[in-house]
Design a protein around this ligand. Structure first.
Ligand code: PLP
Length: 451
């Protein structure tokens, strides 16, 4: 092919350039204004399915546009379709909060764009991840002997643990409770393993007798014990399950994706019993530790089992560095610099700041639970940490209608679940700037919408 001189309209001239400083200041101003004014928005997006897509062009632009047009469309087209997870009256799913230092660290991580395939591809990312995981283990009072690395989500962390459990045992069944998070069942399905669901007691805890029954089959690779279930933040009896797993030489994985963060406070560590006997443990800093999604910490006492299951070194990655590659412990080869935001949050809040943040959320949930308990029109069903499950006296349909009305109103956003044979409403506290007034407002809105 003959050499082509780049012309103004030719290939070279078509690559736009940007003023990072000018665009960056505008983006930071945008972010700061958003967080200052987030209360003005309806918490749950008030759009219909397809509305946002319909307001976007079907094709990308032929010629590049200035970054300012992205910010303009962010305001005009995208924002109506945003459900505001960083709204102080977001009470849905689980406590999920970002924080200013971690937001900035995420920007810096994208700037450095580390792809930590192996140690030499990013020594700092690899080693900061090891150090922050050791800090996290210490913050949560996990004790010694854990190897930690970061995955994107708890779904992936649990997947990695199950891969290791199967690789080590050659067995193919996984035992978990009917209240375990759906990601466990999805992981089992992805891996072509067999799901063995165990019933729960009236406190939504996995029945030890059911686990024992399953282990007797002799084909179980792993048991997943949940510390803080999604519906009720209930805790499976991990010490008893750990004993059974040890007896049958079965991998024990503890899913503490939400509740594990509470162990930053010594007074909430009773629920950690049995975790020291687990083979692996997942805690999500992107839920309740002030780090924006995604950031899931996978700890294991059997790093060699993960390494054996995951290590493949193609020629182009072969080196004589005597250093670990964290890609040997999970599915992803290209690993982004997630530890930077966790490091920023841990440094900037400090242990005391994190503890007060967790305690405040638990206090606010207890306050709300007290109001529910005192009101004869409502029933308090379950309280654990910063999650309150409750219902209005009446049918399931009436309770579902209340949640729908409340969410459509936009002043608060919450979800429902099923506990036993009844629908309950869930109020999950955990955003960094949620106050007592916000929780009181939630209670007022619920009462207004129930009349
Ligand atoms: C107990 C529990 N485990 C796992 C998950 C899945 O987390 P992720 O979205 O990080 O995969 C959740 C999500 O809320 C959860 O509550």
């Amino acid at each position: 092919m003959p050499h082509q001189e780049p012309t103004e309209d030719g290939p070279a001239g078509a690559i736009p350039t940007f003023d990072l400083r000018r665009d960056g200041y505008a983006a930071i101003d945008w972010a700061a204004n958003y967080l200052e004014n987030v209360r003005k928005y309806p918490v749950m997006a008030q759009v219909s399915p397809g509305e946002i897509a319909a307001s976007l062009p079907e094709r990308m632009p032929e010629k590049g546009e200035p970054f300012s047009s992205v910010l303009t469309d962010l305001d005009q087209v995208i924002m109506p379709g945003i459900t505001h997870w960083q709204h102080p009256r977001f009470f849905s799913y689980f406590a999920t909060t970002s924080s200013e230092p971690a937001i900035l660290a995420e920007l810096l991580a994208a700037t450095l764009n580390q792809v930590a395939l192996i140690w030499r591809a990013s020594p700092a990312s690899t080693e900061l991840e090891q150090v922050t995981m050791a800090w996290l283990a210490d913050l949560l009072g996990l004790g010694d002997g854990w190897h930690g690395h970061i995955e994107d989500t708890a779904s992936t962390s649990t997947l990695a643990a199950l891969v290791a459990a199967r690789h080590r045992s050659g067995r193919n069944a996984v035992v978990f409770s009917e209240h375990a998070h759906s990601s466990v069942e999805k992981d089992v399905r992805i891996l072509g393993m067999h799901a063995r669901k165990v019933a729960t007691d009236d406190e939504f805890r996995m029945l030890v007798s059911g686990v024992a029954e399953q282990l007797a089959h002799g084909d179980v690779a792993a048991v997943v014990s949940t510390a803080g279930t999604t519906s009720a933040a209930s805790f499976d009896p991990t010490p008893e399950i750990a004993e059974l797993c040890a007896r049958h030489q079965v991998w024990l994985h503890v899913d503490a994706a939400y509740a594990g963060s509470a162990w930053a406070c010594p007074e909430f560590r009773a629920s950690q019993a049995g975790v020291a006997q687990a083979d692996s443990l997942v805690v999500n800093p992107h839920k309740w530790l002030l780090v924006p999604s995604d950031c899931s910490a996978l700890f294991t006492r059997r790093p060699e089992a993960l390494r054996e299951a995951f290590t493949i070194v193609p020629e182009y990655l072969r080196t004589n560095d005597e250093a670990p590659s964290l890609s040997d412990y999970g599915p992803a080869l290209g690993r982004r610099f997630r530890s930077l935001k966790l490091w920023a949050a841990m440094r900037c809040f400090g242990r005391a700041g994190i503890q007060e943040f967790i305690r405040r959320a638990v206090r606010l949930a207890a306050l709300f639970a007290g109001w529910v308990e005192e009101d004869p029109d409502w029933e308090l069903v379950h309280v654990s940490l910063s999650l309150v499950c409750f219902r209005r006296n009446g049918s399931d349909e009436e309770n579902l209608a209340i949640v729908e009305r409340v969410n459509r109103g936009g002043e608060i956003f919450m979800t429902h679940t099923r506990l036993g044979d009844r629908i309950v409403l869930r109020l999950a506290v955990g955003y960094l700037h949620t106050t007592e007034q916000d929780v009181a407002h939630a209670w007022a809105v619920l009462n207004q919408q129930s009349g």
